[in-house]
Design a protein around this ligand. Sequence first.
Ligand SMILES: NC(=O)c1ccc[n+]([C@@H]2O[C@H](COP(=O)([O-])OP(=O)(O)OC[C@H]3O[C@@H](n4cnc5c(N)ncnc54)[C@H](OP(=O)(O)O)[C@@H]3O)[C@@H](O)[C@H]2O)c1
Length: 299
Amino acid sequence: MANIIITGVNGLLGQKLLRQATAHHTVLGVDIHEKTFVKKVKFEYQRLDITERHATRDTVLNFYPEFIVNTAAMTDVDACEEQREQCWKVNVQALENLIYAARKIGSKIIHLSTDYVFDGKNGPYSENDICSPLGYYGKSKLASENVLKASDVEHAIVRTMVLYGSGIAVRPNFVTWLIAALQQKRQVNIVTDQIGNPTLADELAAAILKIIQVEKMDIFHVSGSEIVDRYHFALKIAEVFDLDSNLIKPIQTQQLKQIAPRPLKSGFIIDKAIRELDCELSDAEQGLKKIKKQLKKLW
Ligand SMILES: NC(=O)c1ccc[n+]([C@@H]2O[C@H](COP(=O)([O-])OP(=O)(O)OC[C@H]3O[C@@H](n4cnc5c(N)ncnc54)[C@H](OP(=O)(O)O)[C@@H]3O)[C@@H](O)[C@H]2O)c1
C-alpha cells in the first residue's frame, strides 16, 4: 500500500490507473478541471494545474506520495505543433515542477512518454534505440525524458503508443472515434502507411502499477503486442464491432495534410516489459474484444 498521486486523472490513462490503483493504494488524483469525471471510485480529488510550480509543490508536500504517476500532458500533436509555448509548459516545465517537489520528500516519479520520440524510419524500436523526434510534441516529450534523467529523482519512463479504451468524458481515441463514425454510416479515410502497436489503456495502467509493485524504476516500452498499420487495425475494429468495413477507405498519410509530421514505421519491441513486469499485453483483436464489453456498458 503506497500513497500515490496520479496527474491527469480525468484523462483516459488516468481514469484506468485510478480504478485499478485504489484497490491497493491511497490515491490523490489531480487534474486541471474543477471536478473529476470519475464516478463510483472512492478517492481524493484535487484541481491542480501542474504548470503552477507553487501549487504543485504544496499539493505534493501535503500528500507526501511515495510515487507520482505523471499522465497529464498536452497530447494533441497538431495543437502542440502550433502552440509550442503551451506544449513546452505542460509537457516539460510541469514535469520540472513535479521533480522540484518530489526531490524534497524523496517521491519517485513514473512519467509517460511516446513513440513520437522516434522518427519512424526504422521501427520497431527498443528502449535503447536512438531518439530523433520529427514534430514538436515528440521533441517536448523527449525533453521531458531528459529532464527526468538529469534529475536525482528516482524514476521510470514508460513509452506507449496508439492508446485506446473507454472512459468518461475523455477525448475520442482512434477506436472510439472510428466506432462512432461507422455507426453513423460515415465514410472514413484511414492511412495504410502508419504502423504501430495499438495499446489497451487498461493493460498499460496494469503495467504501470506493476512497476510500482516491483519497484523497477527503469525505461519501458509498454504497448499492445501486435504491430499493425492503421488501415488494417480499422478493419479489425469493424470486424470485432460488427460494423461496415466498406466505409473504410485506404489512403496515405501525406494526403491528410496534417500539421505535425508523424513517425510512420514505428512500433515497439516490448520484450523488456513482458520479461521484467510480467504484464499482459494483448494483440489488436484480443484488446478490442476486451473493450467491447466495457463500451456496451457506456452506450
Ligand atoms: N493517447 C495516446 O495515444 C498516447 C500515445 C503515447 C503516449 N501517450 C502519453 O500517455 C499519457 C496519457 O495519455 P492520455 O491519452 O490518457 O491523455 P489525456 O486523455 O489527454 O489526459 C491527460 C489529462 O491531463 C490533463 N491536463 C492537461 N494539462 C494539465 C495540467 N497543466 N495540469 C493538470 N492536468 C492537465 C488533461 O486535461 P485536458 O483534457 O483538459 O487538457 C487530461 O485530463 C500522456 O503523457 C501522453 O503523452 C498517449
